[in-house]
Design a protein. Sequence first.
Length: 196
Amino acid sequence: MQRVNIQQAIRRYRIRQGVGFSLMVFGALFYFVSLLISLHRQAEKLAESEIFGHLGGLMQNLVADIYQITSPFIGFVWNNAPTLNQEKPLSYGNLLFLGLLGVMIVGKQLLLSARHLRGRVQAQLERLEEAQWRNSMQNGAATQVNANQIGHINFYQQSMPQSSNGDWWQRPWGIVGLSIIGGYIVAVLAKFTGMV
């Protein structure tokens, strides 16, 4: 693994935070809307029964109200959310729903990786700052000391120590998330090429 300096590590954890948060939010948004669409379809079937017809109508109205409120903002999500199919477990909508789960797992792993890297950066900055404080005290009071550039040494160009942990894609949940996404991509390619 290539050694990086502190500035590069800061850039990496900020990128991981942004990408991880985006994957989590957009994945959860599609997931939630897909569940609402599925709830609406089940409510349509429930509304046809005599015993639970009123409950089905209430659920339909609730989902319709949520759609009316949110569609101006997330209309793209409502139009493209996967449709769950209970009769065909390997349908395109069900696979996309499972793929969204993989996207959210990868997003969470990116967030955890960013948090770990940020902690390592903070620990390294504190170690460098303490070492430079000790040096400045031994050399005399003539050395200027501040938090980011102690004694004219730019902390951000100092190299980071190697991590004992692997990258996010080497951790168990990262592997699971990528496996789900990989399986979904294979299923989509099979569908587009006419193999399924």
